[in-house]
Design a protein around this ligand. Structure first.
Ligand code: NAD
Ligand code: MG
Length: 396
């Protein structure tokens, strides 16, 4: 007689977001194989309770502690035995909880860093979508994953593609360059002058991907690709000089690895995050993700072009922060989060985003990124300085 089926137990941090929803879509297709141990949200209690009713996790967490009573009462009213927890410590605790084997890091922004590191230290299978945590604490994350023997599986589509195209034994022998593709976002081909008055809704209208608003703005400024260059540097242990960016508007080639013998390996697929998520959940097995097969004949052509550094200076700022090293990427990330939030709120023009990031990087001196405390203090300082500088920019 066959023994009981052991299902992979998953903590999904950032369950109510775009990556969170795509993850649950894949999980629901393979419910014989996966079991949800924990779900988290920032403040959206109603949505979180609805997901708990569907997936019956042991634990549900709201990051904002003021939402705790609503979550506790909502779970009770729905007749669920899911335990309510709240706050950032609860996120860290659940990331390291022996009740799960797999942590999906799908929180947006630096708010995800502590739980991502906790999952790495605890030796989880870590499906990493939260790229800001790698930008902020790349070195520490690599150390934590090595010490905890965690398996880090990149969910960002470009890094997932590169992971698939690199040698499976983890060696980098024969690799000449990593080539990250970029869709170019909604403003591809536009001049800098034409971007002065673009609105948040225009910036979030991504031509290929449906994503959260923060990453959508990052795609429009190309900061997303800048963050991804830094992410690739730390995930794959290659120098920045070996990482290139190529604009590819169809978003079908998700990235490439260039080898010294002239071979280039690429991973292709329809632009749908469920492919990368299913890869991470199933690895080394392949799972049906619900994504339609790619129809290359219908597509007909694939285009490639170099990025325009004048219209999209954020990419250069990210390379510069990586070259400076230490806490410079953390400063870049913090200033960008402040700038994007202000832009989405109508308090900063689109071109103010690179302006504010550059001004913040110039105003602060980077230091060695020795510990999470140093990085979080730097993150906080950079946010405060960016906010001050923004006051000067908008009244000028
Ligand atoms: P989203 O805004 O749709 O969702 C973010 C999730 O994080 C939500 O569940 C939200 O409740 C939670 N959250 C927000 N602020 C929080 C806080 N302060 N503390 C705790 N939880 C908080 O974002 P998304 O598009 O799903 O992106 C999530 C991450 O994945 C980001 O780092 C993004 O860069 C990365 N990513 C996303 C995509 C995509 O297609 N959406 C692709 C590649 C990488
Ligand atoms: Mg990406």
């Amino acid at each position: 007689m066959a023994g009981p089926v052991i299902r992979q137990r998953i903590a999904l941090l950032g369950a109510t977001g775009s990556i969170g929803r795509s993850t649950l879509d894949v999980v629901a297709r393979h419910i014989d194989r996966f079991q949800i141990h924990a779900l988290s949200a920032h403040r959206d209690v109603d949505r979180l309770v609805a997901l708990c009713a569907q997936f019956h996790p042991a634990v549900a967490i709201v990051a904002d502690t003021s939402c705790y009573p609503a979550l506790r009462d909502g779970l009770a009213a729905a007749g669920l035995s899911t335990q309510a927890r709240a706050g950032t410590q609860a996120l860290e605790d659940v990331a390291a909880d022996p009740g799960n084997d797999t942590v999906v890091a799908a929180i947006v922004g630096a708010a995800g860093v502590a739980s991502t590191l906790a999952a790495a230290r605890a030796g989880k299978r870590l499906l990493l979508a939260n790229k800001e945590s790698v930008v902020l604490a790349g070195e520490l994350l690599a150390q934590a994953a090595a010490a905890g023997k965690a398996t880090v599986l990149p969910v960002d589509s470009e890094h997932n593609a590169i992971f698939q195209c690199l040698p499976a034994d983890g060696s980098r022998g024969g690799v000449r360059r990593l080539v990250l593709t970029a869709s170019g976002g909604p403003f591809r081909g536009r001049s800098r002058a034409s971007l002065v008055a673009v609105s948040p809704d225009e910036a979030c209208a991504h031509p290929r991907w449906v994503m959260g608003r923060k990453i959508s703005v990052d795609s429009a400024t190309l900061m997303n690709k800048g963050l991804e260059v830094i992410e690739a540097r730390f995930l794959f242990g290659v120098q920045a000089s070996s990482i290139e960016v190529l604009v590819h508007p169809q978003s079908v080639v998700h990235s490439l690895v260039d080898y010294v013998d002239g071979s280039m390996l690429a991973q292709l697929g329809n632009p749908d995050m469920r492919t990368a998520i299913a890869f991470g959940l199933g690895w080394p097995d392949r799972l049906d993700s619900g994504v339609a097969p790619l129809d290359l004949a219908a597509l007909g052509r694939l285009d490639f072009e170099a990025p325009d550094p004048a219209a999209f200076p954020c990419l250069g700022l990210a390379y510069a922060a990586l070259a400076t090293g230490g806490t410079a990427p953390a400063i870049l990330n913090a200033a960008n989060e402040v700038a994007v939030a202000a832009f989405l709120d109508g308090r900063l023009p689109f071109l103010g985003i690179p302006g504010l990031v550059e001004a913040t990087l110039s105003a602060l001196s980077p230091e060695p990124a020795g510990s999470l405390d140093v990085l979080l203090a730097c993150d906080d300082r950079a946010r405060r300085r960016a906010t001050e500088l923004m006051g000067g920019m908008t009244t000028a």
